[in-house]
Each structure stands twice: as structure tokens, then as C-alpha cells.
Design a binder for this molecule. Sequence first.
Ligand code: ZN
Length: 469
Amino acid sequence: MALAHQEKINMTTLCPSIFRAYDIRGVAGKTLTEEGVFAIGKAFASQVREKGGKQIIMARDGRISGPLMAKALSEGMLSTGCDVLDIGMVPTPVLYYATRVLDQRAGVMLTGSHNPAEYNGLKIVLDGAALTEDEIKALYQRAINRQFIEGQGEYITLDLAQRYIHHIASDVPLTRPLKIVIDAGSGVTGEIAPALFRELGCDVHELFCDIDGHFPHHHPDPGDKKNLQDLIRVVKEQCADIGLAFDGDGDRLGVVTSEGEIIWPDRLLMFFAINVLADHPGGKIIYDVKCTNQLEQLVRTHGGEPVMWKTGHSLIKAKMAETKALLAGEMSGHFFFKDRWYGFDDALYAGARLLQMLAKRKENSAEIFAEIPNSVNTPELKVHVADEHKFTLMQKLVNEAKFNDATDIVTIDGLRVNFANGWGLVRPSNTTPYLVLRFEATSEAMLQHIQRLFREWMLGVNPELELPF
Ligand SMILES: [Zn+2]
């Protein structure tokens, strides 16, 4: 079997388009084949062996293509003489956890995250950090150039789920039990999330917690409000304290209050920041360019140091390491706790911390979140631009940006234009053929005004753009 894969490694096995900014991702059996996964595994394990490593931890999510892809991946890695420690079907944060608590610091997660059912992919960790875009490209080159080490490693299995659950349960005790609804969206958190929150003493109502790679109920993406409608309904029916939704591989969190209100990630981060800063005055809090302006003031008011940074889980993790930040969050729903945890994006741990913060209070979650500032804002808006044009278009937009009323123009990632009473953002998506926009203001009229300025500017650069605002 291993040899059959090996003979097939060539340019056509590996579609360069699957090697992306933060991970490797493609359509299983089409752009991401078993032979391709074998080659990627062999290339990565060769790199690990060259650096003196002897073992790689692997895991997979609940996708239909997972078992065959996992077999190809482990055969590729074993064929270099590297040992493979398979921790089975678990969420991505459990794989990250394994790379922190076990001796081995290299890991591969086979996951399609929140992408459609036919997708799969690989998130790769080396020395405890996600591979950078350049490292992912280098992996492609290594596979194509067949820079492999040969050998025969040993395949070992380990169940880490209980250790992970006990670790969180001992770190995050609740002062009173809460009634919660968990919507796993048929993703891989369906088994471990109910077990974890029961261990915390919660009364757990399960929604779509049967792991099913067809995703028969709704898509496992809590970033889209249509995927939260079932959770909203059941939280109200059950009179639950809070509803938690997880994406397909458990690194992104969605939250619904007792009244059925969606708490978008930037507001949730404000709540986390207040609580973390109460214990750690002066701490740094990182958020991506898509988040509300209110974070900056709120973090300062609570004695912290706000840091705005680029979108992307690996970029945020690198910035956390550099700045020694305590906490970070992205508008996409990734939350990273360095305070009492390891600083990787972990929606299960973030959910547990949320419950601990809520349990300390007498009010219900709707009342508690009513204290967190809100604003008039849009969700992420997308403008289709082909991958080969989006970065040149972005550069043109930057060159021609003239905003007389702007108080500040931020170019950390795309262009974020701040005004006295709001802001607008346009940035090129690293993973999809879109420009992504978002707007926020203190009033609907101001929001319209900022959108009009953006419309005139963008259509001035390219009149063909189809703008959704
Ligand atoms: Zn994910």
C-alpha cells in the first residue's frame, strides 16, 4: 500500500492551490487525494526527522473522508522512519493540547474545519506553532522535489480525551451549575463537548451531537447566523442559561444568550477581556482588524493594552507569542487564552471559561451581556474578486484611498479607515476569492455615510465591482 502511494507522487498528485495561507485544504478525492496526503505526510515527517524529531501526533475530525485520509497520512509519515502517535477522532484543540502536554511538539490535524462536507485538509503544528504560509509552501516544494527520508516508523494509538477533559474541569470549576444547550452541528465536538460540560456539573441539552460528516441538520459554522437558529429556538424552549455552538473541528465558538440573542465574537471578547484583566492588570489583549472599535477603549478602561492584528489563526498565535498577550480573539470565533491555558485557539476551553465567568454572577446571561457595549454594525460582507486579481486590486485601493474625514487609516491587513463615529474595513481574504468588508458606526446614518464613501472609492478604482452595500 505504502509503495503504491509513493510511486504516484508527482506534480499531478499535489495541486498547488491546496497549499494555503494558514493550512492545506481541498476537495477530498479531487484536489486533495490520498496520494497527495501521503506525500504531504512524508514531506512533513522528513522535515521533522531532519530536525531531530522522532514522533508526530495525528488526529482527525468526523468527516466521511477522514479514515482513508488518516491511513494515507500515517503511512506517509511512517515511511520516513518517524513514529506516529494517533489520538483518533477528536477536535483540533485536543491535537494542539497533545503537542503541549506530550513530549512531542509536532502534530497534524486532518480537518475540513467548517468547510462543506466534501472538503478535508491538514492543520500542521511544528515546535508548538502553526506552520506559516512560507513553511506550508516549503512543504509543497519538498514533496514535489521528493526530498524524503526513508525508514519504517512505529504506529501507536493513545486516547487523550479524558486527560483533556479532566485538565479543563480542574482548571475551570463552576461556582454553580448551569443549564446549557450544546450545538455541535454534527461536527467532531459532538462526543467530547457534552462529556466536558457534564464533568463541569452542567445540565447539558445536546443538539446535533451525533458526529456525522454529511452534516444533515445545518452546517457546522457558527459564524453564519442561519446556523444558530436551531440553537436559539432550543435555548428558549429549554429555558437554558446559555447556548454554545462549535464549528466542525471545535476551534471556533458561537454563543447565544438565555433570551436567544447571538453574541458575536468581538462582543464576547470584550466580556472575556474584562474578566481576564480583572486578574491581570496591564495585560495585552489581541483582536483582528474585523473587530469592533469599542474593544480598544474597553480594554484600556479595564487597565489592559489593546493590540489590533491581522486576521488568521496562525498569525494571531504568532503575535501572541511575540507580545506575550494573555488573550486573543478573532471575529471568526477563534479564541486564544494564554491566561491559565496554552494560547492556542480552543472553543471548548473558551466555552468553559465563559460558563465560569457567568456562574460567578447572579444575573442571567442576557442581563450580563446587556452591559457589554454594542453598536450599529454589519456582518462580514463579501465581494467576489478572482484570487489572481484580489491582491493587486487591494494595492490599487490602498494607493487611491483619500478619506478627508478619517481620523486614522490602518494598513495592518487590508485597509481599515477610522472616523470619529465609526469605521470601515476592506481586506483581501487569504483563503477565498473575495474582498471582505465590515462597517461599524454609532448610528445608522453614520453607517450609511461610511458605506457611501467606501462605495465611491471602490467603484472609482474598479466600476465593475458588485458591492453588497
Ligand atoms: Zn475550525
